[in-house]
Write a new protein. Structure first.
Length: 182
């Protein structure tokens, strides 16, 4: 009888390893699952800009939204404001997603829906079109739509990573605003 108990104890470490490995095989795929995909939200008639409180739907030009890893999304009535937030050195909150409107698929004067990933969008800077705060960027899902916009409204094409803080500095953009008088 004693030999059976000793023999069983020899296999206890193997049994523990086997049970541990089995548990790991079951739990590991759960850790490997991607985080739920963040979807853009359509602003309501009450949705206000995070920076200045302006109602988004009251103004022309592309809008934007930032979804953070935690907390509520923030909305912006102008892409200049979006980039002011995203490019700010003090911006440390983990961002889950950033969306802008595809101006190749919606009206500049009354943009609605057509949200695209901001990091994969194509942008037009320095066009004749104005947003809620004056000069702004146009955002497009395709380079072809951005090129057509440039032909009609002027400007230059940029990718997300080419946009800098200097470009969104309000004083730097006043020189491009032909509506200002001396």
């Amino acid at each position: 009888m004693r030999s059976k108990i000793i023999g069983c104890q020899k296999f206890m470490p193997v049994r523990r390893k086997l049970v541990g490995s089995l548990a790991l095989c079951i739990l590991l795929p759960a850790c490997n699952q991607a985080a739920p995909k963040v979807a853009a939200l359509e602003p309501t008639s009450e949705t206000a800009c995070e920076l200045d409180g302006m109602i988004l739907k009251d103004y022309p030009g592309p809008k934007a939204q930032i979804h953070y890893a935690q907390g509520k999304p923030e909305f912006f009535c102008d892409l200049m404001e979006l980039f002011t937030m995203v490019l700010a050195p003090e911006q440390k909150r983990p961002i889950a997603a950033v969306f802008v409107q595809d101006m190749g698929k919606t009206s500049w004067e009354n943009p609605a829906k057509n949200w695209i990933d901001a990091k994969s969008a194509v942008y037009v800077a320095e066009s004749k079109k104005l947003g809620s705060m004056g000069p702004t960027f146009g955002s497009f899902s395709s380079r072809q739509d951005a090129e057509a916009f440039v032909k009609k409204e002027g400007g230059k094409i940029l990718r997300f990573e080419q946009i800098t803080q200097d470009m969104v500095n309000r004083r730097g953009n006043v020189t491009h605003d032909s509506t200002m008088s001396d």
